[in-house]
Design a protein. Structure first.
Length: 276
């Protein structure tokens, strides 16, 4: 029986689906949420195999306390799923400073804090999985969502180095890059104001917001199938370093890599001319 520690347990998102998949295979889970009361009724059906913890992942002290509680309850954490995160609209030039900092605090620095809190136990036991939820936007930038993309790009780079550093201790790292998935992630965009400090970008940001709002409930990705794909990847004889979820996401990422390779090769002579 494995123990999972899952952040971002808000109903309607990936968090509870990861928890249910783990429970269905006989494991036990610690699930965190800002509003744990929303999970209590769901958790009751699983008895002692579920621990619901209140957690604001941007509070490093709370992170350490939550990890300690999970370890004391279950004896250790085998699988960490860094799922908490969200984005805010805004142009690169015109997004408010507060929005920029909040985006990185939640989507990057919170990931760092949770990883650093869980890793000592994993190293001591000689194994574990870290699953970092990134996004297709962590590989292909999204206009009007540039700081979210930047934070997810950083999660990608962080995960690459982390993988190399923890491999000698038996700890493995998987990055998950969902495309548009039918969770409740888009539901809050309707009431999210456009707070641009540069008026020239307001029409662009408003059009991006409108596209997200219109797409809510129509996302092509099935989150249940997505979680199953992640678990299949973890159980593969040779687990991948990353997995893209969804047809549209796969197509966008494949095109990005192919185009980048064409451009790289087109400039090969120039690139190779810069050595001594």
């Amino acid at each position: 029986m494995k123990t999972w520690f899952i952040t971002g347990g808000t109903p309607g998102g990936f968090g509870p689906l990861y928890a249910e998949a783990a429970l269905d295979q006989g494991d036990q889970v610690a699930v965190t949420a800002r509003r744990p009361a929303e999970l209590r009724e769901w958790a009751e059906a699983y008895g002692d195999r579920v621990l619901v913890l209140e957690l604001d992942v941007t509070d490093a002290q709370q992170v350490r306390a939550a990890v300690k509680s999970a370890e004391e309850r279950f004896g250790g954490i085998d699988v960490l799923v860094n799922n908490a995160g969200r984005g805010w609209f805004g142009s690169i030039e015109g997004a408010p400073d507060e929005t920029i900092r909040r985006t990185f605090d939640l989507n990057l620095f919170a990931v760092v804090d949770v990883v650093r809190a869980v890793l000592p136990g994993m190293r001591a036991r000689g194994g574990g999985w870290i699953v970092n939820m990134s996004s297709v936007a962590g590989l292909v930038s999204a206009q009007g969502f540039g700081y979210y993309s930047a934070a997810k790009f950083a999660v990608e780079g962080l995960s690459e180095t982390l993988r190399l550093e923890v491999e000698p201790f038996g700890v493995r790292v998987l990055v998950v890059e969902p495309g548009a998935t039918r969770t409740k992630a888009f539901a809050g965009f309707q009431d999210q104001p456009v707070n641009e400090v540069v008026d020239a970008y307001v029409p662009m940001v408003e059009s991006v917001k409108a596209a997200f709002v219109d797409h809510n409930g129509k996302q092509e990705g099935d989150p249940v199938r997505g979680v199953r794909a992640v678990i299949s990847a973890m159980n593969a004889p040779v687990p991948p370093r990353r997995i893209v979820l969804g047809n549209s996401g796969y197509d966008v990422v494949t095109a990005m890599h192919e185009n980048a390779l064409v451009e790289l090769r087109a400039n090969e002579k120039l690139s190779r001319s810069t050595d001594f």
